[in-house]
Design a protein around this ligand. Structure first.
Ligand code: AMP
Ligand code: MG
Length: 350
């Protein structure tokens, strides 16, 4: 494996130093003493539950087990609420309602869904449609939602591509209306739903005064609030896609989110070949440029979206995209039959 640091940044090195300076400064103030003594009496609690077809875990610091239990209850209720909003496996979800009705005329949205669709469509545009949540017809075609045995024909791919593209959707933010301008289009939350659920669950924990927590879904997205006591952050490891038992890199996360996309665990086998569940919405074919992408951003919706987009774009264009988003950093492992290269973009390995 070949490791390449793209602009291995002095900025991040300064940032790492900055974190430890803050720690020292806080320890010398009265405020820090009171928060430190509370932190010392708090213990770490963890709870894991199934949601969105995977497992979510929440790690948080609380004073009593009873407090932790109530906090878990509220946070997991919020994850369940987001699942009911976005799951296309549930015919009663808000996203299923949009998919069913929006080709027949404008569908009225609530403020939350309006804001979310606006963010999704902005990212879709900004990633040059490498991330495009309207890939539903292609996911059906390649057998991710309905099973099939053979590679789709180019005619089938061309037909499915006609109903893909957020530019074929009209969203009116002031009127809170969405309309599909073409039949057969369907939105899929696979690339962003878990990230959004983590952000929303963290918002709930914040409202209850939780400051130190780590939320995780499917071991692919992590959202960190403040660091554990006496620590610069939560240590997250990224597995090597060529050898999942070994660690490719470790990084310390605090007040930020990390997401990983890869084809190793989710794929379909058609005519004896494996195809990744991440599709390039421009070509209609499963993406082939990367074997893994990991992105760190300010919130989990953005990191989840960006890791999928970077995976689709592959190293060259993926690096360009990450460089164009000032708050983002990450790593990309190329897909190559001869040798995997690892590209680090503003990445701090711990
Ligand atoms: P992730 O693991 O976050 O990269 O998301 C992958 C999932 O997002 C897939 O299983 C599909 O449900 C969906 N998906 C696949 N390709 C794309 C794409 N290019 N843009 C948006 N969603 C996608
Ligand atoms: Mg994603």
């Amino acid at each position: 494996m070949l490791l390449k640091f793209m602009n291995r940044p002095t900025l991040e090195k300064r940032f790492a130093a900055f974190v430890s300076v803050i720690g020292v400064l806080l320890a010398s103030t009265g405020l820090a003493e009171s928060s430190q003594s509370k932190a010392e009496t708090d213990s770490l609690y963890v709870e894991t539950r199934e949601a969105m077809g995977t497992e979510f875990s929440i790690y948080l610091y609380a004073e009593h087990p009873g407090t932790a239990k109530s906090l878990f209850e509220e946070a997991f209720l919020e994850i369940e609420r987001v699942e009911q909003l976005l799951s296309t496996y549930r015919k009663t979800s808000e996203l299923s309602r949009i998919n069913r009705d929006a080709a027949d005329g404008p569908v009225t949205l609530d403020p939350e869904m309006t804001r979310l669709l606006e963010r999704l469509f902005t990212w879709s545009h900004q990633t040059n449609h490498a991330f495009d949540p309207s890939v539903g017809s292609l996911l059906d075609l390649w057998g991710f939602t309905e099973s099939r045995n053979e590679i789709p024909s180019s005619g089938e791919i061309d037909k499915a591509l006609q109903s893909v593209g957020t530019d074929k959707i009209t969203l009116s933010v002031p009127d809170r209306l969405v309309e599909f301008n073409i039949d057969g289009l369907s939105l899929d939350a696979g690339a962003f739903g878990k990230g959004y659920a983590l952000d929303q669950a963290a918002r709930v924990l914040n409202a209850y005064g939780v400051s130190r927590a780590l939320l995780e879904s499917g071991q692919s997205s992590y959202l960190a609030l403040e660091a554990p006591p006496d620590s610069p952050g939560w240590l997250i490891s990224v597995s090597d896609p060529c050898n999942p038992d070994s660690v490719l890199s470790k990084t310390v996360l605090a007040d930020g989110a990390l997401s990983t996309s890869g084809g190793a665990h989710r794929y379909v086998e058609l005519s004896g070949e494996r195809y990744s569940h991440i599709i390039d919405p421009r070509s209609g074919f499963p993406a082939t440029g990367s074997s893994l992408s990991t992105v760190i951003a300010g919130n989990a919706l953005d990191s989840d979206i960006l890791s999928t987009a970077v995976f689709v774009l592959g190293p060259e264009k993926g690096i360009e995209l990450l460089r164009s988003v000032p708050s983002a950093r990450g790593l990309i492992v190329s897909e190559s039959s001869r040798e995997h290269e690892v590209f680090f973009i503003r990445w701090d390995d711990s």
